[in-house]
Design a protein around this ligand. Sequence first.
Ligand code: TXA
Ligand code: MG
Length: 309
Amino acid sequence: MSRAATVAEAVATLNRGELVIVPTETVYGLAADARDPAAVARIFEAKGRPRFNPLIAHVADLVAAEAVATFDPLSLNLAEAFWPGPLTLVVPARTGGVCDLARAGLETVAVRVPGHPLLLELLQRFGGPVAAPSANRSGRPSPTTYADAVDETGAHAAIALDGGPCAVGVESTVVAVIDGRARLLRPGGLARAEIERVAGPLLTTNEDAHRSPGRLALHYAPAAPVRLNAEAPQAGEAFLAFGPCAWHGEGVWNLSARGDLREAATNLFAYLRAADRTAPAAIAVAPIPEHDLGEAINDRLHRAAGYIG
Ligand code: TXA
Ligand code: MG
């Protein structure tokens, strides 16, 4: 892939049933026409992704969302409050909206209006839903820069759009709204507290029945082992610090020297990748507070470390 594509080229590529790497405000995605099962099948092949794991349909606005899904008053409130933005809503699917393969055969569909101007322009001009998982190979950290995205899945995409580094840096928060009740399926770039201001307390559960099918144990994982809640690096370890600390220099990346969780989320995957490229004995990570975007950061770190089943 020698150069970044234009939006017009991206529209033509999606119309041909081929794959396009797209920027979002959260992480880069690997995109296809969500109505076209052959195109969607290419995504599963490119990522080595199990077919029981459904994809998110990205749409330009609420009107386009209503063409693929049905909204009740609660999901409508959430959409109006947070779109465009890092919130994915799992809601009942409309027949004929998104193909069965993209939904992994479920009667629900995950939908979001992304907050990235280049992708919004593409979605408006394309005029249909675009299925896009994160543009990493399955089980690897999500790419948050154009270069990392092309490195991960560029060989499978016809072209790539360069939207610069992702502002949020972790994937969208996934909330299911079924039968008038909102349930957190995946913490992400929109903090739980913000959603609860609109939806009231979110249901959460570890029961398999309510799990997001994609929440596999070892996910977002670098090649090196990951050691969490480390106060200091040991010999041979890379170190991801957080907040003011005594550790600096080679082999140390500070997710946010001023202790800002938004900044830490933005840097998380890029620093995991940078640390991993030095082939350390392990990647030690400082404790991260659990509030605000810390919930999503700790979720991804626990998966990278293989702690969550
Ligand atoms: O920020 C993001 O969400 C990025 C960008 C590219 O938009 N996308 C992303 O997609 O993270 P992916 O495929 O890596 O994660 C989608 C998550 C998976 O955990 C999947 O299982 C869940 O959403 N999901 C999709 N459809 C679902 C459904 N109908 N019911 C429950 N979970 C669903
Ligand atoms: Mg992913």
